[in-house]
Design a protein around this ligand. Sequence first.
Ligand code: RAM
Length: 342
Amino acid sequence: MIKNKTNAAAGQVRTAALALLVAAIGFTLPAQAAEKVRIAMVVKSLGNGFFDAAHEGAKEAAKELGDVDVIYTGPTTPTAEGQIEIVNSLISQKVDAIVISANDANALVPIAKRAMQRGIKVLSFDSGIARAGRLMQLNPSNAELIGVKQIQMASDAIGGAGEVAILSATAQATNQNIWIGEMKKALAKPEFSKIKLVATVYGDDQSDKSYREAIGLLRSHPNLKAIIAPTTVGINAAGKAVADEKLVGKVYVTGLGLPSEMAGHVKSGAVKSFAIWNPIDLGYAATYAAYQFTKGKAQGKDGETIAVGRMGSIKLDASGEAALAPPFTYDASNVDKFAKIF
Ligand code: RAM
């Protein structure tokens, strides 16, 4: 009897265990079938607030899409070599997509091609790879607009005449070089004929080097009226250099900056106005677009429209590029409000 009871009890336990197993299998099988899409965001370098904000946007897209894992990575200094190593390792990890802000348009083409041959969808954003090395490039905004905007802000700050200098990121950065080209075109316009570009220097998106380059500009060009930095790292360093050299009111800093990093410089008077687009939106849209490629909902054809969630849709031009919104201008009236966001 006792034995039988035990057997019955054991039988019940076995049935319950089986039921649990069935339930468990029932739950785990579909989950295994729906593996997450792994999207790697490769930035110019780590420790840059602009890319930290883009990462926030990538995480937001991943959360919304539900089946995405974001791998956020980049070299410690903004070099193409560092990014090539990283892409190599992402190929071995068999990620599904790579969205990269490139430190060099051409140097990354061979490794990006290799990734694409292995079925990885490669997109560039912010700073582009040449067309052969990516399926599409997402620009934050129209390049001409970004160029003209910066010259206009410099002109407004210095009363339309005087010497200006550019403090850029790295000498190979695709985006900064395009914008510098557009700034030079803008300077050729009659309305800016009294503004003279006297130097272009490179702080490599490193705070200390950017600061040293800014100090160098201030000391070697005593008549300098403005430093234009088309980089969030450079503009922040230049604002500090102008204040440290006690040149507030004599030299103005403008360019592309993050409100969170620039609010103090607007207060010190070193900066009257600067511009930027929303880096969170940029990271969000780039990640969303990459997802569409992994799902076969985007191919990168000329004229193609790609849905990018809350940002609506983007349309590829004849160079396989799309642009988001125009840059927004910040000054004493609004910098504090946006400083809380990015
Ligand atoms: C820096 C980077 C980035 C650029 C911004 C404006 O953070 O160089 O590529 O888009 O500035």
